[in-house]
Design a protein around this ligand. Sequence first.
Ligand code: FAD
Ligand code: FES
Length: 357
Amino acid sequence: MKLLEWLGLQGGAAGSAKARAHHTVHVAPGGQVFEVEKGRKVILNSALSAGLGFPHNCRVGSCTQCKCKLKSGKVRELTDSSYVLSAEDLKAGMILACQSIPETDLEIEVELTTGGDRLVETRGTVVGQRNLTHDIVELRVALDDAMPFKAGQYAELRLEELSLSRNYSFAMAPKGQEAKELVFHVRKVPGGRFTEWLFAANRQETRLSVNGPFGDFYLRPAEGDKPAPIVCVAGGSGMAPILSLLEQAKWAGESRDVHYLFGARTQRDLYAEREMGRLQQGWRGSLNFTQVLSEEPQGSSWTGKRGYVTEALDELALDWPNVQAYLCGPPAMIDAAITKFAALGVKSSNIRYDKFE
Ligand SMILES: Cc1cc2nc3c(=O)[nH]c(=O)nc-3n(C[C@H](O)[C@H](O)[C@H](O)COP(=O)(O)OP(=O)(O)OC[C@H]3O[C@@H](n4cnc5c(N)ncnc54)[C@H](O)[C@@H]3O)c2cc1C
Ligand code: FES
């Protein structure tokens, strides 16, 4: 048996050996079937590779959007789902597809969406790295194969030499085209494995694996004849997907008003003012960009807003129940903003976010 499995894993003899290298997953109620490489891949990634519209967002086991019911078979979980799934979900046999590696053939239940993104699994070369602030760099990666994506989504970068993969949001808009070069904003996390490596030297010429696009953070169409404004809140490199989203919206002729609040500690954490100025010129509605500093020393040259972005939201008089909210950045800021939007009356289905965790 071990030898047969070895042959299967090596992909040697085709046909039966291939079957032994994979577990098969049957999806109810749609009847779709896909294969997952034994012992290696999680359910979600294999479903997306097979072109299925499997609901997901973070792929790190926190948003719970990929939860599905395990009807038969066995999985190994990479993280303890009891932290994020309710007792009711656990009792009903729910699992997180992004954290579950099949150990047998499986039968799962999940509503797939139609028209999943075409997943591109390719490689790329770092062709640019420049400082945007003291702890955020812009990283440009030229791809071997072009990637289609929606503004606001993200890609997974895999660095073989450190055996690790990390997610980074696109900081540019596709504007109707597949991208041959991707732009990311990466913030240094003290002690972080990938970011410490990146910030230790100029990484131009480095080869990376690049998979994507992922996530459901993208601008939804306006609803009704007099749509409410869009409200964006970001902190740190959370600027990246918001720039992407707004750039794409301008290109597509968006006419809704936008209020964009960017939260930072001090003036040295501010960036992308020029890009925001360019977006404001010719925006069909009004595009208000407000920077809010939480730790700027009193008496400094700063004349703008102080405090937390969540406090600045109180000053906006909007048709809150119909506002679409888009939030991106550090988990603590996103959690506080979600609570604030809920208190202001924004429908939970209108709050979309990417927590950078
Ligand atoms: C959907 C998604 C999109 C993302 N997009 C971006 C992006 O566009 N730009 C970007 O800079 N990052 C983004 N991230 C975060 C990114 O994927 C990494 O988690 C981050 O760069 C840290 O990687 P690391 O290997 O350096 O740190 P790790 O070695 O993974 O972490 C080291 C330590 O730092 C903690 N930590 C990790 N991330 C943070 C954080 N953000 N704040 C505080 N503590 C943290 C960890 O818990 C751990 O204790 C995104 C994450 C997700 C899930
Ligand atoms: S928990 Fe699986 S995609 Fe977020």
